[in-house]
Design a protein around this ligand. Structure first.
Ligand code: NAD
Ligand code: TYD
Length: 364
């Protein structure tokens, strides 16, 4: 079949990537979707079982740092679009092993950019009809203050906008910031049609259970301690992953070249309040008495360099492209908790082996 477009999605076997791949494979049968993923501990093809046999879907196990391989894929499939999600993503891992983050997030992104440039500049139409879409995070902007009366959200008077100066604090956010700069430099220097988005914390099915929400759901189910960093006062802005995937679809097709768009949920939670909601939801679904698992909360040493508050102003995306989160948090968290409790086999598979060793080492 002659496909209308040929798009690489990197990191498609990970959490957000798998939702994006699924959405594109199902919504655009006339696009060829090429999932390029190294399958690190965070990548799992079980996340894509339902679409793996679709005729417009191809999986290629490859490292984005492998420049020759990237060029080969671009040429072989006449790629005209990239949605780049592959990355090392866990802040705690970045504190223990910053080098891996620089390699994948910075050099890997550069390798992909160079492969795109190498292939596209050889074509007669060059960059016409092409798009390199880089997915980034709100963490590059640094941390906001808690400077309102602390009853109800929002917990601060300032928000991250597209013009907020970069001020990353963790090796993870520093590596993402560096990669964002490289992407923008390829537009400014070579004229590559790039676009960058910075999104807040995502939650939903298929998130690797080293991140707060799936880790805590799993621990509550098993009656294991819930390690809350510091006093649990840090604030994050949570967005349901399918809403992020919808924004990515919209921006890939309609976003303006060389622009940045912030994506967020207008949904701030202090960690400790969010954790209590998760406990109440899991206990209710499992039929436990109210408050049954509250005793699992265990305050532990704070994360080094722990950013106090993230809060995104996504009004540009709303005004220019009409995107808004579709799901209320109560509905999203209910769906999410139910999914993890109903997909125990998935949880057990991804938490066996390497992850289990890391987790035991971390909290011994
Ligand atoms: P994830 O850790 O769940 O998945 C990352 C995927 O990338 C995995 O499938 C992994 O195998 C793959 N990968 C890692 N290194 C690779 C390499 N060298 N070559 C090829 N593939 C490789 O990540 P996620 O949470 O889905 O995040 C996806 C993207 O979205 C990242 O770029 C992240 O910075 C960004 N982001 C995430 C969030 C969030 O809350 N999760 C929020 C904003 C932005
Ligand atoms: P996380 O899911 O790691 O995302 P990020 O660090 O990218 O925001 O953490 C979300 C918040 O939860 C963050 O403030 C750190 C905190 N946290 C804990 O208190 N305990 C934990 O075990 C984890 C993983 C996170």
């Amino acid at each position: 079949m002659d496909y209308r477009r040929s798009i690489i999605i990197t990191g498609g076997a990970g959490f957000i990537g798998s939702h994006v791949v699924r959405m594109f494979v199902n919504s655009y049968p006339d696009y060829r979707i090429i999932n390029v993923d190294k399958l690190t501990y965070a990548g799992n093809l079980a996340n894509l079982k339902d679409i793996e046999d679709c005729p417009n879907y191809i999986f290629i196990k490859a490292d984005i740092c492998d420049f020759e391989k990237m060029v080969e894929i671009f040429s072989q499939y006449e790629v005209d679009g990239v949605i780049h999600l592959a990355a090392e993503t866990h802040v705690d891992r970045s504190i223990r092993d910053p080098f891996t983050f620089a390699r994948t997030n910075v050099l890997g992104t550069l390798s992909l950019l160079q492969a795109a440039r190498h292939t596209w500049e050889l074509r007669p139409e060059k960059y016409e009809g092409k798009r390199f879409y880089h997915i980034s995070t709100d963490e590059v902007y640094g941390a906001l203050e808690l400077d309102t009366p602390q009853g109800e959200p929002p917990y601060g008077t300032s928000f991250f906008t597209e013009t907020t100066k970069y001020d990353p604090h963790s090796p993870y956010s520093a590596s993402k910031a560096a990669s964002d700069h490289f992407v923008r430099s390829f537009h400014d220097t070579y004229g590559m049609p790039t676009v960058v988005t910075n999104c807040s914390n995502n939650y939903g099915p298929y998130q690797f259970p080293e991140k707060l929400i799936p880790l805590f759901i799993n621990n509550i189910r098993k009656g294991k301690p819930l390690p809350v960093y510091g006093r649990g006062e840090n604030v994050r802005d949570w967005l349901y992953v399918e809403d992020h995937a919808r924004a990515i679809d919209l921006i890939f097709h309609k976003g303006e070249t060389a622009q940045t768009y912030n994506i967020g949920g207008f949904n701030e939670w202090k960690n400790i309040d969010l954790i209590k909601v998760i406990i109440a939801t899991v206990d209710r679904i499992l039929g436990n008495p109210e408050g049954h698992s509250l005793g699992l909360i265990t305050f532990v040493a704070d994360r080094a360099g722990h950013d106090l508050r993230y809060a995104i102003d996504s009004s540009k995306l709303k005004e220019e492209l009409g995107w808004e989160p579709s799901l209320q948090f109560e509905e999203g968290i209910e769906k999410t908790v139910r999914w993890y409790l109903e997909n125990q086999e998935w949880m057990d598979n991804v938490t066996s082996g390497e992850y289990q060793k890391y987790y035991e080492e971390m909290y011994k």
